[in-house]
Design a protein around this ligand. Structure first.
Ligand code: MIC
Ligand code: SF4
Length: 640
């Protein structure tokens, strides 16, 4: 077996390991972050379980750390107290980004991890099988339920050779995005293999598995080898290491080769992570802002490189440069040496260890600005500035631009790459993780006024006389469906309030139209719901009355979220039919429950007098959830 199959096999609770079959997996660890965590814990509470049943669950605060009103601080307090109540480790604001910390302090090779954040596969860099999901799925896992996926194809990514100076792990994942596109990874796990693997450190591997999410992949994984062992030993966790490598001559469902020797610095141009260009082809594009950080590139190695390159130099006066060290540990290590001094003296702005600008929490560039970021997403408006031109690149490319003020090929601009000596000893201080008390009887969960109670949804009706309330194109991201940013993120635990921003950047009248239509249908192109795991992108439309999304195809995590909140996902049998549908068209679904129940996957419907064939490819478990009015109702029904 290969690495992915070995771990699946060891965690298999139900189903057959055959491509396309639904399998249920045992979950060892969970993580949440604050923006999705509040809902996740409200779901968990509603399940009536006394304590989490996982080996380890951690609640991180890293997204909503810009506290410009009372809401975020109140949510943090709720998260702190509910973690203590239910046996969850709490990581307060200031500790850093969930994925970076989980890699450093908690991840264990060979275990399964699910997290209410789409970049949870970061820990795949250390040989964990890690999945990003909606908060409700994490709540279920904490309650001891299996995590369900469709058995994916396992794709071998064969890394040959070694990266040249100024080419980095980020370029490997950008190359893969060029080859596979943002929808190429659906239904797949990417497993990295080949002689190039051992040349990559754990944080470089984590950069790759982190951004594997942008391929639409179920997850990505590296073997656990001696490099993993050294990493864990340095973190004082050598006993967590186990070796997991593919068996000799194991087979894969597909194979892709990447030659590291010939790879060049790459960049994802606006506004989608697979719009890949060679950096050398974009020279002379003026740059206004540079950001180094995010869960993709905020490791100690990334920061030490930044410090070394900027040592004794000043950044270009027309560029605003900021860094976000990924964790308290990274920041502490920088302050141990001259590194932080070198960074500060170069003119760089040092921000707190958090997601920050990656999710539009501050540092929004000026209108029309070019911003080079070492992040993983560049969807329109995500930076907080609608017309900003955001490019995604490696720290190497970002640093060259920080000095020259324009997009610059680091291979041409710099001389030999400085050797970054990683410190022999890492400063470890777990004092800032709050462990839950053994006896939780005295713990009171404190709910601020920003925490609203959950909404109950009704089961799907048998006959729907619905209306098309929105028609959108391909690759609609969850950032389009429900934007983030400093203004909207604080409303994550307040569904009525956050719903007002649904599709705000696409159609200002959507909310009014949806509210006045009892059964709304959204029509979409391919890869609907790509990007984040935020279940609010399903919850808010459901709250506004959306019952069906009819698309050419869906992104994986969002599809699961739609089902969890009882929005029926249907796909066009013939893509041409998409062109025939207009806004406000009426659409009738007669006996839809009965038809689906009868195991029919084909449904005929009439939209403005045209007969259309649509597909409903749900498993029995998923149908039950839809019929019950969502996963929470289904769990209550089956466990009481
Ligand atoms: C993101 O990068 O888009 C986020 C913000 O981390 C999301 C989670 C969220 O919306 O809260 C993700 O990636 O899942
Ligand atoms: Fe945070 Fe950005 Fe990573 Fe999402 S992608 S977890 S917002 S750093």
């Amino acid at each position: 077996m290969n690495v992915a199959k070995k771990i699946i096999f060891q965690h298999l609770l139900s189903g057959r390991m055959e491509i396309g079959h639904e399998i249920g997996l045992k979950v060892d660890q969970t993580l949440t972050q604050d923006a999705t965590g509040t809902m996740a814990y409200l779901h968990f509470e509603a399940m009536g379980v006394q304590k989490v049943k996982t080996k380890l669950s951690v609640s991180y605060v890293d997204h909503n750390t810009l506290q410009s009103g009372f809401e975020n601080a109140e949510d943090h307090r709720f998260l702190q107290t509910i973690a203590a109540k239910y046996g969850i480790i709490f990581s307060p604001a200031g500790n850093g980004i969930c994925h970076q910390i989980h890699l450093e302090r908690f991840g264990v090779p060979g275990m399964t991890l699910i997290g209410s954040d789409s970049h949870t596969p970061t820990c795949g860099g250390m040989g964990m099988l890690a999945f990003g999901t909606g908060g409700l799925d994490v709540a279920c896992a904490m309650a001891g339920q299996p995590f369900y996926i469709t058995m994916p194809k396992i794709v071998k990514v064969n890394l040959k050779g070694r990266l040249r100076d100024w080419v980095s792990a980020k370029d490997i994942i950008l190359e893969l995005l060029k080859l596979q596109s943002v929808k190429g990874g659906r239904g797949k796990i990417y497993e990295f293999s080949g002689e190039g693997v051992k040349t990559l450190s754990i944080t470089e591997r984590a950069t790759i598995t982190n951004m594997g999410t942008e391929l639409g992949a179920i997850t990505s994984i590296f073997p656990s080898d001696d490099v993993t062992k050294n990493f864990l030993e340095k973190q004082g966790r050598g006993t967590s290491w186990i070796k997991i490598e593919p068996e000799e001559n194991t087979t894969y469902d597909e194979e892709i080769g990447i030659d590291l020797n010939t790879l060049e610095p790459l960049i994802a141009a606006p506004h989608i992570p697979d719009n890949i260009k060679k950096v050398k082809d974009l020279k002379d594009v003026k740059v206004d802002q540079v950001g180094i950080g995010s869960c993709t590139n905020s490791s100690l190695a990334d920061m030490l490189l930044t410090a070394e390159v900027l040592k004794g130099k000043k950044i270009n006066k027309n560029v605003s440069v900021f860094i976000l060290p990924g964790s308290r540990q990274v920041l502490a290590m920088l302050s141990y040496s001259d590194a932080l001094f070198n960074i500060i003296e170069s003119g760089v702005r040092v921000l707190e260890s958090a997601c920050g600008p990656c999710i539009g929490m501050g540092q929004s560039p000026r209108s029309g600005a070019v911003s080079l970021r070492t992040f993983n997403r560049n969807f329109e408006g995500r930076s907080g500035t609608e017309d900003a031109q955001v490019y995604l690149c490696s720290p190497e490319v970002a640093l060259a631009a920080a000095l020259t003020g324009k997009i610059t090929d680091p291979m041409k601009y710099f001389n030999k790459k400085p050797l970054i000596e990683m410190p022999k000893k890492i400063f470890i201080d777990d004092a800032h993780f709050q462990l839950p008390p053994a006896d939780n009887s005295e713990v009171e969960v404190i709910r601020g006024s920003n925490i609203k109670s959950l909404n109950e949804f009704t089961p799907l009706d048998n006959n729907l006389c619905a209306k098309i309330v929105l028609k959108v194109g391909d690759n609609i991201s969850t950032d389009h469906i429900l934007p983030a940013g400093a203004k909207i993120l604080p409303l994550r635990s307040n569904l009525p309030a956050i719903s007002e921003y649904t599709f705000a950047a696409i159609d200002k009248n959507f909310v009014t139209r949806a509210k006045s239509t009892p059964d709304g249908v959204i029509v979409a192109g391919e890869n609907y719901g790509q990007g984040s795991s935020r279940e609010h992108a399903a919850l808010a439309p459901r709250y506004l009355g959306i019952k069906i999304v009819l698309a050419k195809s869906f992104a994986g995590i969002h599809l699961a979220n739609l089902i969890n909140f009882s929005i029926l996902p249907l796909t066009f049998d013939n893509f041409q039919d998409y062109n025939e549908i207009k806004l406000d068209d009426e659409v009738n679904f007669d006996n839809i429950r009965d038809i689906i129940k009868e195991n029919e996957s084909i449904i005929y419907t009439k939209i403005s007098n045209i007969k259309i064939k649509v597909n409903c490819s749900l498993t029995q478990r998923q149908k039950n959830i839809i019929f019950a009015g969502g996963l929470l109702n289904w769990i209550k029904k089956t466990t009481n």
